[in-house]
Design a protein around this ligand. Structure first.
Ligand code: ZN
Length: 488
């Protein structure tokens, strides 16, 4: 398959031509949520970034097996090896079963993803459903000598691994620096070194989520699930591993170490990471009062929000930045995105009503080439959007009778919008909303016809009433040479 797609690989710190291991198959693994609370912007960005990549790879003709996991066990507080399991803690506070917490927040996560028009992954495995894969991977790592048992728990021996391989190559860290930056071990600590990480933890008596293993009744370490499940569904070496930059270290770094120790091979060809989101220039955090869930964005029900934002506004806002750039959320920035999206969608709906001419003022074909070139340059969605706005200016100029396009070029322009704004950027309003807008379209036709009848009968009181009432609910109607048109 010939195409010049180039992707930025975090591992090599360079852009590389994308060549899958077994074309036309592409294996892609992305770290999914730990389901103990509502999804927020930090969940929306990787989901939308890798949805864009999933959609574009499929557009290029690849058969993509996209695996995005659900973490439902083993993710301890502070992402460390100590403290309570995040899900078990929630279950204890709510006095329900841990799996009730998992089900509740998984369902809510799925609903949010649907609202954001994020496609479902091909496989969505849960950590708790893959304990056997994880214990057998631990056995392989033990056999390689890169892990040790301590009091029923198994830890990865980072120092020993680092003698043969480089622990830190993904995140650019050096083990010697890690040693000087980490706390010294207390006498009773089970680990040989503080930077060693748990593959298996022996469960304390009060720990609810536990499974039998050769070493103890316990539970797997957080990093292990992704290594075990990606190998299970995509093989020991696969094409793309994605996630947020916050997962680079220690999570992804440890995934590489585990896989190399267990399988003797580099697990991932291309590591892709989306950058982080800030809110009004600050890191998002519960203590800062700027922790806003997606539901709160959609309802506007949060003191930091001046209004509700449609899920498509959030999606558009995220895609307006390149996935490797930082992105700062503010009401002003979101309102600007809302206006931009409205202009784009208004122009899109106008294409169908434009009248063709004998000649074309624009080279529509080059628009398609420019959009493709942008996507092939490490999925440059802001550049695609900039090109689509160029088309918006054309559409408005044609609409005002200043420029023209032939029937074929109008059709091509329509196809380009459908492909890039709809299929690839995923900006189509989801099915439920679509039928609402279809209905709105039909109702507006009826209202406009009634107004035309009133005017024809010189009943200006009625025609003005219709116009003013529509204006009151934010709908403007205009008489143009193409007939009566309306817009929100
Ligand atoms: Zn992961």
């Amino acid at each position: 398959m010939e195409h010049p797609l180039s992707v930025y690989n975090t591992l090599t710190r360079s852009k590389q031509t994308f060549v899958p291991i077994n074309p036309p198959l592409v294996g892609m693994y992305v770290c999914g949520p730990t389901v103990y609370g509502d999804a927020h912007l930090g969940h929306a960005r990787p989901a939308i970034t890798f949805d864009l990549i999933f959609r574009y790879l499929k557009h290029l003709g690849y058969k993509v097996r996209y695996v995005r996991n659900i973490t439902d066990v083993g993710h301890l507080e502070n992402d460390a090896d100590e403290g309570e399991d995040k899900i078990a803690k929630k279950a204890r506070l709510e006095q329900i079963e841990p799996m009730e917490v998992v089900q509740y927040y998984t369902d809510r996560y799925h609903k949010n993803m649907e609202q954001l028009n994020v496609l479902s992954p091909s496989i969505e495995p849960r950590a708790s459903g893959h304990i056997i894969e994880q214990t057998s991977m631990i056995e392989s790592i033990l056999k390689s000598g890169m892990a040790y048992e301590s009091n029923g728990s198994i830890y990865f021996d980072v120092e020993k691994y680092n003698k043969k391989h480089h622990y830190g190559k993904l995140s650019g860290r050096v083990l010697e620096d890690l040693i000087s930056n980490t706390r010294t071990l207390e006498g009773q600590d089970e680990k040989r070194n503080s930077f060693d990480f748990a593959l298996w933890k022996k469960a304390q008596p009060e720990h609810i989520m536990r499974w039998p293993s050769p070493w103890s009744d316990g539970f797997p370490g957080w990093h292990l699930e992704c290594s075990a499940m990606s190998a299970r569904y995509l093989g020991n070496t696969f094409d793309i591993h994605g996630g947020g930059m916050d997962l680079l270290f220690p999570h992804h770094e440890s995934e590489i170490a585990q896989s190399i120790a267990a399988h003797g091979s580099e697990p991932v060809k291309y590591w892709l990471h989306n950058n982080m989101i800030t809110i009004n220039g600050q890191k998002m955090g519960k203590s800062l009062g700027n922790f806003i869930t997606l539901d709160e964005f959609f309802s506007g029900n949060h003191p930091a929000l001046s209004q509700a934002y449609h899920p498509m506004t959030i999606r558009f806002f995220i895609l307006q930045a390149h996935y490797r750039s930082t992105l700062d959320f503010s009401n002003e920035a979101l309102q600007a995105a809302e206006k931009g999206l409205e202009r784009l969608l208004n122009a899109w709906s106008k294409i169908h009503r434009l009248l063709p001419s004998g000649t074309s003022s624009f080279q529509v074909k080059t628009l398609q080439e420019k959009c493709e070139a942008a996507m092939n340059d490490d999925f440059n969605s802001p550049m695609v959007i900039a090109h689509l706005f160029e088309a918006v200016r054309w559409i408005n100029a044609i609409h005002e009778g200043k420029e023209q396009l032939t029937q074929d070029d109008l059709k091509l322009l329509q196809d380009i919008f459908y492909l890039f704004a709809g299929e690839i950027l995923g900006l189509v309003i989801s099915d439920g909303t679509d039928s609402t807008s279809d209905l709105t379209e039909k109702l507006m036709e009826i209202i406009i016809e009634l107004r035309q009848k009133a005017r024809a009968a010189k009943d200006f009181a009625t025609s003005d009433l219709i116009r003013d009432s529509l204006k009151n609910i934010g709908i403007q109607i205009r008489d143009t040479k193409n007939g009566v048109e309306w817009e929100r």
